[in-house]
Design a protein. Structure first.
Length: 451
């Protein structure tokens, strides 16, 4: 509507000007080179307008001719750029498809067509990785560190390479440099936390873990479990340095954070015993037994009650049975302490109850021990040991990634170095048997499957 009004307004102005010229005819006289040219003002005006139009067209024509070479060059560059981006796209698709030769070819083509090193270097590095050319990939990623806009991508590539080759020291340094550039990147925080934990830098790992949880890189419940393990490792470290108060404090924090976590309760109970707090230690074991009956807790309870005579220990162990009366571990714990007190009948009763709940290799061995101790019956003991040999393996602290088995719980797997990877379960594959040492033990790989 406004455009129409504007058109009619301009038309009215033109008509008004034409009427004014008709009503006020004038004349124009030009003397030039001995000639006199005389005409009406209207005709002179029209001639002037036509001359201006011809001049404008001539100027545009000349300008167009002069600009033709630059337009041709721009068009050529645009086509070259388009071909370069097409090659870059095809290279990325080839990387995603795992087609290393095509990815490398497209990377070279894109590099020749595009003047954009960040993009082409990234594609070239990924193509080199795909072909297994780690040296070339490292060169490309290192070159990317020289540009601020690609430094983070270069660090990520080098970090991936370092983790792939198992160079954890280099990986940790690269991860910390990357965090300085992008401090809130979720995947980086999770990676840095894992590297710090594997390196035994417990205090730094605890701080990074908190950041990773806040960034959503690690679920809250998983983070709680990881922090519990970190606190336990800090407790072990403090004890090695002679700081018993700190060792007890960290163990207490770990137990408060995860009351049902067996290693935390067992660790706290033992440190309390060392500090002369036997009653508090006993309560820690008893409360945790209600949630998670476990052989490690039974061993810790035996240490708590170490100052009592054998018969008193049996009576006190009955508190564990009241906490979990229908659990096999309660009856096995009572049977073991009764064997130590030479209460053969009570030991046999609890072993039979445990056998009715869940037969196991460990249980058969206790029956064999009972036959030897009470009746000196080697034949019966051998029968029980034969059953033990044929029974499935007992649960043990087993590493989830590498299936190594440790005799004692630790925050780090002594075989593969994974952090917080030990679960209490029966091993089912070929395993590594490790000496106790809180996850820092040396391992010897077993060559045959566990029976």
């Amino acid at each position: 509507m406004i455009r129409a009004l504007w058109f009619f307004l301009k038309l009215a102005v033109v008509i008004a000007a034409a009427i004014w010229l008709v009503e006020h005819p004038g004349s124009v006289r030009v003397n030039m080179l001995g000639y006199a040219i005389e005409t009406s003002f209207t005709v002179a005006l029209l001639i002037g307008l036509v001359a201006l139009g011809v001049a404008a067209l001539g100027y545009r024509l000349i300008r167009s001719v002069l600009r033709t070479p630059s337009r041709i060059r721009r068009h050529s560059r645009a086509r070259k750029r388009e071909r370069g981006y097409r090659a870059l796209t095809q290279g990325m698709v080839a990387v995603a498809a795992g087609d290393a030769p095509t990815a490398r070819k497209m990377a070279r083509k894109a590099d020749g067509l595009l003047n954009e090193p960040p993009l082409t270097m990234l594609l070239s590095a990924q193509a080199a990785q795909l072909q297994g050319d780690d040296r070339a990939a490292n060169e490309y990623f290192t070159a990317m560190l020289e540009r601020p806009e690609t430094a983070f991508l270069g660090l990520r590539g080098l970090l991936t390479q370092a983790i792939k080759t198992g160079d954890r020291v280099e990986a940790l340094q690269l991860a910390r440099r990357a965090r300085a550039l992008q401090p809130n990147t979720p995947w980086l925080l999770a990676t840095l936390y894992d590297l710090e934990a594997r390196a035994g830098d417990w205090a730094s790992a605890e701080g990074t873990l908190q950041q990773a949880i806040q960034a959503g890189a690690i679920p809250t419940e998983d983070g709680r479990r990881h922090r519990t393990v970190l606190l336990l490792e800090r407790s072990f470290e403090a004890e090695r340095r002679g700081r018993s108060d700190n060792a007890l404090s960290h163990a207490q924090s770990a137990h408060d954070l995860s009351p049902g976590f067996v290693p935390a309760a067992a660790r706290l109970a033992r440190l309390m015993v060392a500090a002369g707090k036997q009653k508090a230690a006993a309560k820690v074991v008893e409360r945790t037994w209600r949630q998670s009956p476990h052989p490690d807790l039974a061993d810790a309870y035996r240490e708590v009650l170490g100052s009592y005579d054998p018969l008193t220990r049996v009576k006190l162990f009955e508190k564990l049975l009241t906490q979990a009366p229908n659990h096999v571990e309660s009856h096995i714990a009572l049977a073991r302490i009764a064997l130590e007190a030479q209460l053969w009948g009570e030991a046999r009763d609890h072993l039979n109850r445990a056998l009715a709940i869940e037969p196991s290799r460990r249980l058969y061995r206790l029956f064999a021990e009972l036959e030897r101790s009470e009746r000196h019956d080697e034949a019966a003991a051998r029968d029980w040991m034969a059953k033990a040999a044929a029974a499935p393996a007992d649960p043990a602290w087993t590493c989830a990634p590498c299936h190594a088995v440790s005799q004692a719980w630790g925050g780090l797997c002594g075989h593969c170095g994974a952090f917080d990877s030990l679960d209490w379960k029966a091993p089912t594959l070929a395993v590594s048997l490790m000496e106790p040492g809180h996850g820092h033990a040396h391992a010897a790989i077993a060559k045959s499957p566990v029976a």
